[in-house]
Design a protein around this ligand. Structure first.
Ligand SMILES: [Zn+2]
Length: 131
């Protein structure tokens, strides 16, 4: 998979989630088929340092993954926000890279996708499409 196809309404929902939790970071998952995202699942950030870190509520995370498994959806990406920072993976993000899925980083001005491989971050092309 080289890029991610992101329907506009889902992108809007991700941005709205980031706005709603600011100045704390938000966290959530994007599911779909192939390279096309079809569903966004917001999760609760339970990190003790939510301004600069995210840690998804384990129960919500488990439920979302189990539900996606039942539907036959694939986990395509996780997303979180950098309310104050740059749309680039932090050192902590590298440590927390999940399951080889794309990591989407949302700032007030930008949304970027990365695949984190070891300590390298490869930017992933995001194709935003109308629904
Ligand atoms: Zn981050």
């Amino acid at each position: 998979m080289s890029g991610l196809v992101l329907p506009e309404p889902i992108l809007r929902a991700v941005r709205a989630h980031a706005l709603a939790t600011a100045p704390d970071e938000c966290v959530g998952l994007l599911f779909g088929r192939g390279d096309r995202v079809t569903r966004q699942v917001p999760l609760t950030n339970v990190s003790p340092m939510p301004r600069t870190r995210f840690f998804a509520d384990p129960q919500g995370l488990f439920r979302a993954l189990k539900d996606a498994d039942a539907r036959g959806d694939d986990l395509l990406a996780s997303y979180h926000s950098h309310p104050q920072g740059a749309p680039l993976p932090s050192v902590a993000d590298h440590a927390a890279a999940w399951w080889g899925a794309v990591q989407l980083i949302v700032t007030p001005d930008a949304v970027k996708g990365f695949r984190l491989v070891g300590c390298r971050a490869e930017e992933v092309r995001l194709e935003v499409v109308g629904d």
